[in-house]
Design a protein around this ligand. Sequence first.
Ligand SMILES: C[S@@+](CC[C@H](N)C(=O)[O-])C[C@H]1O[C@@H](n2cnc3c(N)ncnc32)[C@H](O)[C@@H]1O
Length: 240
Amino acid sequence: MEQLAYYLQQNNSKRILDVGTGVGNFIFVLAQTTNEYDEIIGIDTSQRAIEIASNYFLDNHKVKFMKMDGKKIEYPDGYFDVVCLSNSLHHLENPQPIFNEMKRVLKREGLMIIQEMVCEPLTNQQVSHRLVHHFSAEIDRHLGLTHDDTYTKEVIEEKLSQFDSIELIAAWVPEYQNKHEFSDEEVTQLISSIDQMIDRIKDIEKKPYYQDKAELIKQYIKENGFDLATEYMFILKKTV
Ligand SMILES: C[S@@+](CC[C@H](N)C(=O)[O-])C[C@H]1O[C@@H](n2cnc3c(N)ncnc32)[C@H](O)[C@@H]1O
């Protein structure tokens, strides 16, 4: 995480915001990378996620979580030194209002950090992760939720280039990636989680389609193993 530490230090990153924080996964990364911050705020529209995340960080009084919509961030203009969005871009129906808000609460020349999983190139083991992720995204879409399949690095860069007054200054695969080796037990748990995904489908006529697809994915994982898909970290700077 040396590269991230470098950018955070250079930017004098005291106040950090993580939008769509979920259970705070990206805040773990930030808090392991620097301790020179005054506060890290995680916001999410899911009350349940906020409760889980808050419990993980009970011992760290500099980290706080709030239920808040990224489209209406309740902080003044230029309040934050850094704003982050991790693995959430592909969940946003229309990223523009959220990016406008992220930009508004970011100080001039502040950093925007976007972390996002990519769909290629991946090893055979990582393809297992992509298959599971795309399966869950397809079920979300069936249920009317916004959840795109993962993008290529180029598509992410193209999306980020559409926002004015922010300039892409760096992109890399963080070194903490793919350190975790999945045990047989974890792979078995993951395979059973695929069945739980199908439980969300209430439409009886559609269920066989998802069941057949799930069997093919489970077979692929048994044959190839499982590894997390590659993620990229993009650093952008607010230019005005
Ligand atoms: C896939 S999770 C990513 C969680 C976390 N950032 C991570 O890297 O693991 C996407 C999160 O975005 C949240 N989300 C979606 N739309 C949002 C919005 N408009 N404002 C705030 N959070 C939102 C969801 O509730 C969900 O927790």
